[in-house]
Design a protein around this ligand. Sequence first.
Ligand code: FAD
Length: 393
Amino acid sequence: MRYDAVVIGGGPSGSAVATALARQGRAVAIVERSEFPRSKVCGEFISAVNLALLDRLGVGDSIRALAGPEIRRVALFAGGTGIEAKMPRAPTNAFGRALGRDVLDTLLLEAAAEAGATVLQPWQAVDAVPDGDDMAVHVECKDEQRTLVAPIVVAAHGSWEPGGLPSQMKKRHQPSDFLGFKAHFRDSSLPPDLMPLLAFPGGYGGMVWSDQGRMSISCCIRRDRLAQVRAEHSGMAAGEAVFRHILAACPGVAEALRHARLDGSWLAAGPIRPGLRAAYADDIFRVGNIAGESHPIIAEGISMALQSGWLLAGELARVPDWNRAGRRQAGLRYAAAWRRQFAVRILTASALAGLASRPLTAGAMHQFVRAFPASLFLGAQLSGKISVVPGLG
Ligand SMILES: Cc1cc2nc3c(=O)[nH]c(=O)nc-3n(C[C@H](O)[C@H](O)[C@H](O)COP(=O)(O)OP(=O)(O)OC[C@H]3O[C@@H](n4cnc5c(N)ncnc54)[C@H](O)[C@@H]3O)c2cc1C
């Protein structure tokens, strides 16, 4: 089967690029291996600067109708009492809101289909190899196999799992790895407009009201600290043990969840792979987490996924011929645009994650933020919360 572009992965990055390319009149196939709706380890916060882009993708109204409350304040919950500051306002005066990934990802993938993309789901891409001047992507579903041929292949499969694609990362296992956890709670007393950052020994996290009366709590913890925590809570599932660890370190979390109840179960993922990577390599374009990933302490991964998909579609539209030379030209431009838009927030997030997860520096960070609560506001600004998407300002 022949297409203009094959997109591997139907998360926010894959759906964004597939929708944008389909709207340009291109024949696009998007391959997603999971059935939707599916849950995801994610805090679910979406910065307000994405609303214009979500409108262009055709889902802005649905997201406004379904998402949780506007988040107007940030806070630091570490030892002792919480410290609060204002959330920076987007140039449109809107504030960010959270929406469950079961809902968001389904809406975005449906929008890609409505724009004309062919959705192969649940199909898994297992290989991508050169095929003359094109690429051939081998996909599988149960016992069935197909080959999709296209000049453009976009890797949008995320970064947390290894696999046989040239764009997938090698498996790794180091004590300093961060593993992700997430759960929904109901009946929390967290103020609806507040998003606290949680700092605890070996990790960091966040809480925010999402949709349908659900509050999400998500976190990352170092692998070596997780092993200690699990030994201290032997017999307990990993997510529950991490939750106990957070409750012990952050009184603000215990207070907000005093009368709350778990909705579903704890999910785990990872290790996460923060860092800057090649946005175009092996003749494969990369969007979302696989192009580069920030520590989720800044809750900007969905923004980067959506925005990188949009940036790539824009650069591809500027190239008249999608032959090898055209692809290389688009790849160089896209990589430069990607770095301009995201490099600072990735570095900011790494610095913050290092500070928050080490007990010594977390204590200093807490004292500093207590003396200068406005630093929370500045940190949110640096993390890209109000960085307008080029072409959509
Ligand atoms: C603890 C935690 C909290 C977070 N909180 C937030 C937050 O509050 N706000 C925020 O903006 N970001 C947050 N993030 C980050 C955010 O979840 C990610 O950055 C975002 O999901 C990346 O989107 P993506 O499209 O690149 O990849 P993904 O969302 O991972 O989507 C990839 C898709 O590809 C599919 N796939 C994978 N391999 C294949 C294959 N071989 N063939 C076909 N399909 C395939 C997968 O099934 C998946 O649906 C958080 C992350 C963590 C770990």
